[in-house]
Design a binder for this molecule. Structure first.
Ligand code: SF4
Length: 270
């Protein structure tokens, strides 16, 4: 007699607001208590993300499995440089190897060939589709927020009433690696203010070719040193903060204006 393999139910918690709110929402509703929670850990996430993941683990009273690459970011960078014979090969929106090797590959290994139902925190007020599994794979995505009409305000309410809003939202609009190239210039300034050591580490990855003068930078066209020198100019362009609203409300407004929303990967910051 052949025994059919049980369907696995998984939910990725990125450290961002939507996936966290989804995990809480499903738990409160008592939907699929056997969900396997996972966190794709690049090893270079913001410290606030790790704190938030611990908080979520305590609230859910369940393990959040940490999945990651066997190699560090530095090792991957060296491999990319060698493979493509570049002077430097920092990931960027058009050379997005970081997501592939540090998140998608570990996730695919975790799912294997199992039949998987994957819960995705895309809201009813979003158009994005999220991570799409390979054709013919056994992954079925489900979108409870879309089905139940849950929108951004609901997500913030769910978090406020439970684990709170992740601390990094005070200065950055999404989770992910501390050096993520999707962050805005004012967020780089935020990184410098909140984590000067990490800003310095990000600077150390940049290079200028001494012969050609070509810059290999996180932000197109300028090094982080140059960006920091323009701090006042960059911050002057930030929308004015309204002192009558809390930082959480200010952030909700800020996310509304997020120019990178369509580019940033759901797998990284959902
Ligand atoms: S958060 Fe940014 S740097 Fe990190 S894997 Fe995702 S896209 Fe790459």
């Amino acid at each position: 007699m052949t025994s059919e393999k049980a369907v696995r139910h998984i939910l990725g918690i990125s450290g961002g607001k939507d996936s966290a709110a989804l995990a809480i929402y499903l738990k409160e509703k008592g939907i699929n208590p056997n969900i396997e929670y996972f966190f794709l850990d690049t090893g270079v996430e913001l410290p606030e993300v790790y704190t938030f993941i611990d908080k979520m683990e305590a609230y859910l009273d369940a393990e959040i499995i940490k999945l990651g690459s066997e190699n560090s970011f530095e090792d991957h960078l060296k491999m990319q440089v060698k493979m493509f014979q570049h002077e430097n090969f920092l990931p960027s929106p058009i050379a997005r190897w970081c997501t592939k090797v540090m998140k998608i590959q570990p996730l695919e290994k975790f799912m294997g060939n199992d039949n998987v139902v994957s819960y995705i925190g895309i809201r009813a007020d979003e158009k994005r589709i999220g991570y799409v599994a390979k054709q013919g794979s056994n992954v079925t995505p489900v979108y409870p927020f879309k089905e139940d009409g849950i929108v951004r305000d609901d997500v913030f309410r769910i978090l406020r009433e439970t684990v709170g809003i992740p601390e990094y939202y005070k200065w950055r609009s999404r989770s992910g690696c501390y050096f993520c190239f999707f962050q805005r210039r004012d967020e780089w300034i935020g990184l410098h203010e909140h984590h000067p050591g990490l800003f310095k580490q990000a600077m150390a990855f940049e290079k200028i070719d001494p012969e050609t003068g070509k810059k290999y930078t996180w932000v197109e066209g300028e090094t982080l040193k140059e960006l920091l020198a323009r701090k006042d100019e960059i911050l002057a362009k930030k929308p004015e903060h309204n002192p009558n609203i809390s930082w959480q409300e200010a952030i909700i407004e800020d996310i509304d204006n997020d120019e990178y929303d369509d580019q940033a990967c759901m797998i990284c910051s959902l």
